[in-house]
Design a protein around this ligand. Structure first.
Ligand code: HEM
Length: 174
């Protein structure tokens, strides 16, 4: 079946997917590296900086969706339409709020991040009590994201292999 997506949308989708995997793995496997080691520093910097790139790309992607002509979509019924839209909004909501919360959080932890001589501005003053709470929120949201990505992937596979039609990007609804 021919793809109805514009090439840039497909390109963006897979780029985001790969970056999300790297961002999550960099934190999930951080304990493999001892505190203070260069490997741990690399994992942390990768998480922070790539997480912020995801924020920027998510905003660009939403902007592209808004600007693009709506794609003609097959009617899968109201229920599927609403679930698909809810998952889309939640996923993008997470890709925007998670990095911002993380960025505030590292400021609260008083962590500085730099790459290639450039330093990430610190957008919060140190406060370890709020930092701890915000970390828990960040982690909870990330785990919710795992569930949403699982739902999104299952729906895509179901449409591709069982219904034999392709899911369509919701280019303009939000
Ligand atoms: C879409 C982007 C992001 C995703 C999906 C994400 C996901 C995650 C995940 C899965 C964890 C580990 C949870 C665990 O311990 O099991 C984590 C931890 C953390 N992330 Fe992110 N993150 C993102 C962006 C960011 C950004 C941009 C920053 C900071 C600039 C950040 C700062 C942190 C911090 C400080 C922790 C450690 C929390 C703690 O254990 O105290 N994250 N994140």
């Amino acid at each position: 079946m021919a793809s109805h997506y514009r090439p840039i949308v497909i390109w963006f989708h897979w780029l985001m997917a790969v970056m999300l995997v790297i961002v999550c793995l960099s934190m999930e496997f951080i304990s493999l590296y001892p505190k203070g080691s260069s490997g741990r520093t690399l994992m942390l910097s990768t998480h922070y900086l790539l997480g912020l790139v995801i924020l920027i790309l998510a905003v660009i992607r939403l902007w592209l969706c808004w600007r693009s002509e709506p794609i003609e979509k097959p009617d899968h019924g109201h229920m599927q339409k609403y679930v698909a839209r809810a998952v889309f909004i939640l996923l993008y909501g997470l890709m925007i709020t998670l990095p911002i919360i993380g960025w505030v959080d590292i400021g609260l932890w008083d962590v500085t991040v730099s790459a290639l001589g450039w330093q990430l501005p610190q957008i919060a003053s140190p406060d370890s009590v709020i930092a701890e709470e915000l970390s828990q929120i960040h982690i909870l949201m990330a785990k919710t994201g795992y569930g949403l990505v699982g739902l999104h992937g299952t729906a895509a596979l179901y449409h591709h292999f069982i219904l034999k039609n392709s899911l369509h990007c919701a280019p303009s609804p939000i």
